[in-house]
Design a protein. Structure first.
Length: 276
């Protein structure tokens, strides 16, 4: 039976400012969801809240997988439960090789009860799987010997995120604007790679402003965020409409949320530059 990630009435604040205001979401393994909305609508906040980032305070609501609450779990525990977040701006870790990082991450996800210092996945098994995945994704072998994201181009950092996704095989993959800052060739690589990795055992939540990542990953469900609320839901046709026409129509159909969005923007513009 497929697992279900459920978000109920999620309210999240950052620095005592309420960003998400009662978000509901239900995602099943095997589904592709597009999460769209203008800047500041709460898309990345939702992603980080699902992953358990300590900066994002859960004010109200519940996050669960198969009925088991994740609210009190740390990010590493959530990863062991099957959640993966591909960062918009991946972190550089000098001195840690890609292969070493992936071997530890894969071991911890596949053996959730492992204690620090206990054995890792056998080297021969790991190397064979890593080689296979890199060949499948068209990534050069020397990539695994480099330090994690150290000196990587924007496109290489996103390839690293996709390689992690391929090796960890999570139940629920959240891709936070993975197309951000990439040229058309790199976006095509990422989009095709996600399509190859998608399947009945993995749900994919694609956070994007654009339709480029959806070219090979047609969403069954599209959710539109505005001022911290999901104001519209649909299928791939809604994502195409937003790409083609922007968010003017959404704002017109939801004037109260649009007014909240404008008020928040005005308040931000009134702040001194040092306080923003």
């Amino acid at each position: 039976m497929s697992s279900v990630l459920k978000v109920e009435n999620l309210c999240v604040s950052i620095d005592e400012k309420l960003i998400l205001k009662g978000v509901d979401l239900e995602v099943r393994q095997g589904e592709i969801h597009a999460l769209m909305g203008p800047n500041g609508s709460g898309k990345s906040t939702l992603a980080y809240a699902l992953m358990g980032h300590p900066k994002y305070e859960l004010v109200d609501g519940r996050i669960s997988i198969d009925g088991e609450s994740l609210n009190e779990l740390e990010p590493d525990a959530r990863a062991r439960k099957g959640i993966f977040l591909a960062f918009q701006y991946p972190v550089t870790v000098p001195g840690v090789k890609v292969a070493d990082f992936l071997r530890h991450a894969v071991t911890n996800v596949r053996n959730p009860n492992r204690k620090e210092g206990e054995g890792l996945i056998p080297m021969r098994e790991f190397r064979a799987e890593l080689k296979s995945r890199m060949e499948e994704l068209g990534i050069e072998p020397e990539f695994a010997r480099r330090y994690l994201n150290d000196g990587f181009s924007g496109g290489e950092k996103k390839r690293m995120e996709i390689l992690q996704l391929a090796m960890l095989r999570p139940k629920f993959a959240i891709l936070d604007e993975t197309d951000s800052g990439l040229d058309s060739d790199a976006v095509r690589f990422v989009s095709e790679a996600i399509s190859r990795l998608a399947g009945p055992d993995m749900a994919i939540i694609i956070i994007t402003h654009h339709e480029r990542l959806l070219e090979f990953n047609r969403p069954q469900h599209t959710h539109v965020l505005l001022a911290g609320r999901v104001v519209e839901r649909g299928d791939a046709r809604l994502a195409h409409e937003l790409h083609d026409q922007g968010y003017t129509g959404v704002r017109q159909r939801h004037p109260e949320a649009a007014a909240e969005e404008q008020a928040a923007a005005d308040a931000g513009n009134r702040q001194p530059a040092a306080a923003r």
